[in-house]
Design a protein around this ligand. Structure first.
Ligand code: ZN
Length: 162
């Protein structure tokens, strides 16, 4: 396993639509293992999408503190409910955070490493992480959701990084 360097804006890989994974082969399994290690390499990181390590495949990992890590291949949000304003930061936009509108709860689905379908009902931080990481696969950043581009703030250490 290896800790991978994080791509930061304006790296074009962050703006590409990532490709669907057709087969979970050895290279995808290694990517997932490296992404999990990279996510846990610094405190406050709760999620990572493959484009953030320069790989344009539809793979995300989520590690909510005190909970089991989640690996999702070809994930999709299938339903969003409610709205709330949340504080958000991103490893690929270092040094800043912003306030964005996210769903109160989401349902997502995807595949696990063995190709089995996973369905997740999520709220709070997990819902936010799912929306944030799946946005990455579509070439979107949380800064795209800011009401105005000036609304970015210098980071405070306790802000969660997605
Ligand atoms: Zn991010």
């Amino acid at each position: 396993m290896a800790i991978l360097p994080i791509r930061v804006v304006p790296d074009p890989v962050l703006r590409q639509k990532a490709k669907r994974v057709k087969a979970v082969d050895g290279s995808i399994k290694k990517l997932i293992a490296d992404m999990i290690e990279t996510m846990h390499a610094a405190p406050g990181r709760v999620g990572l999408a493959a484009p953030q390590v320069g790989v344009s495949w539809r793979v995300v990992v989520i590690g909510i503190p005190e909970e089991k890590d989640i690996v999702l291949i070809n994930p999709e949000i299938v339903r969003r409910k409610g709205e709330r304003m949340v504080t958000e930061g991103c490893l690929s936009v270092p040094g800043y955070f912003g306030v964005v509108k996210r769903a109160e709860s989401v349902r997502a689905k995807g595949r696990d490493v063995r190709g089995r379908e996973i369905k997740i009902k999520a709220n709070e931080l997990l819902a936010q992480a799912l929306e944030h990481e799946i946005d990455h696969l579509n070439g979107m950043l949380y800064t795209d959701h800011l009401e105005s581009q000036g609304e970015l703030y210098k980071i405070e250490p306790e802000i969660t990084q997605l």
